[in-house]
Design a protein around this ligand. Structure first.
Ligand SMILES: *Cc1c(COP(=O)(O)O)cnc(C)c1O
Length: 371
């Protein structure tokens, strides 16, 4: 018996679908640069295989959140793409400038103090150092305030020695095209970018790319859409599905009317019912909020999840299936062509991003489209 037969669940990641999604996004950008956001280990799908596949598609600009992620990515791309650019979104903490320089990482400067730190590093080195300047237009998270940005732009030497590659900002409501906040942020971003004449702009995440040409600027930073997440909340999903998650049925049996299923006895059956138990649980990132709400697909038939999610097990009502259509050892589609990442996210009351980044370490991972 190979490991595949023993694996309780198989997570198949289609790198060719990610490549197709990259092309689809790039084609919408009218010549602007299409970077790829691969933070949080490529949204849980593997930053290294994802980035290596995107390099083959011509992508040469990556964003991570943390310097450690950037160091690992840089090491993994030294042969395939030694010249690629890696930006670190979470900024430049005290004492880390040398680390960025050693590993060829470029900081997104989120605060005037970070700009000062980078200016000092440039002076010490006697060389200009590249950076992105992040201005906050409405997230109130990271980024310089409008007043900070004005000071940086007008007080001489505040950006001395910094080769400002882009001014960037981030949208709060981009998945909701009707939201007035998008236009407000756009107006403020235009005003703040004009403080730095001649500097390129970067504004759109995945969803922002679908808000229209005004939002493109010179570089977009998509993440989620590359991985198949729907970019606009209430519209159909133009992206290719990337993830296929199959759980294995460990046991299948009938229970009698009046019996309950799982912890808390939260599901009582009103008639004789056939239950399939699958070897996946919240320890695998199958969120506990899916209890009594999720569904799966077996042999083309959608079956409801019943009972709570356990650490290692979940249970489905398979009474509607023929008895030989559901047996121990069979695989169930937990995420698949008929039940995508956003469907599962809707059932869990969350977003596809959280489903992706919650995938645990126990799945057997298979990559399609590797080099
Ligand atoms: C995560 C992130 C992105 C990518 O966002 P998606 O919605 O996944 O496309 C872009 N920019 C910033 C600043 C981010 O933090």
């Amino acid at each position: 018996m190979g490991t595949s037969d023993a694996a309780a669940a198989i997570l198949t990641i289609d790198l060719d679908a990610i490549a197709a999604n990259y092309r689809l996004l790039r084609d919408r950008l009218g010549g602007a640069v299409c970077a790829a956001v691969v933070k949080a280990d490529g949204y849980g799908l593997g930053a290294v295989p994802v980035a290596r596949r995107l390099v083959r598609e011509g992508c040469d600009t990556f964003f991570v959140a943390q310097p450690g992620e950037g160091i690992a990515l840089r090491a993994a791309l030294t042969d395939a793409a030694p010249a690629c650019t890696i930006y670190v979104l979470n900024g430049l903490m005290p004492g880390t400038a040398d680390l960025y320089l050693e590993h060829g990482l470029i900081p997104v400067l989120n605060h005037p103090e970070e700009a000062e730190r980078w200016t000092r590093a440039a002076r010490d080195r006697g060389d200009a150092l590249p950076a992105i300047l992040h201005v906050d237009t409405g997230m109130s998270r990271l980024g310089c305030t409008p007043a900070d940005a004005e000071a940086l732009a007008t007080i001489p030497d505040r950006l001395a020695g910094i080769d400002l590659r882009y001014v960037m900002s981030h949208l709060a409501c981009a998945d909701d095209p009707g939201n007035a906040k998008n236009r407000e942020q756009l107006d403020l971003f235009r005003r703040l970018r004009n403080l730095f004449p001649g500097t390129r702009g970067s504004f759109a995440n995945s969803s922002g790319i679908f808000l229209g040409a005004d939002y493109r600027f010179d570089m977009a930073r998509p993440g989620a859409a590359l991985y198949g997440v729907r970019p606009l909340r209430n519209e159909s999903n133009p992206m290719n599905q990337v993830v296929h998650l199959q759980g294995r049925i460990l046991q299948c049996r009938f229970i009698d009317r009046g019996q309950s299923v799982g912890y808390g006895a939260s599901h009582l059956v009103a008639a004789r019912t056939r239950i399939a138990t699958v070897g996946v649980g919240y320890a695998d990132g199958y969120l506990r909020s899916l209890g009594n709400r999720a569904s799966a697909v077996i042999g083309g038939v959608r079956v409801p999840m019943v009972g709570r999610v356990s650490m290692d097990l979940i249970t489905f009502d398979v009474t509607d299936l023929p008895e030989d259509g559901c047996r121990a050892g069979d695989l169930v589609d937990l995420i698949g062509p008929d039940h995508g990442i956003d469907d599962l996210a809707d059932e869990a009351g969350t977003i596809g991003y959280e489903i992706l980044t919650s995938f645990g370490a126990r799945y057997e991972r298979r990559y399609l489209g590797t080099d």
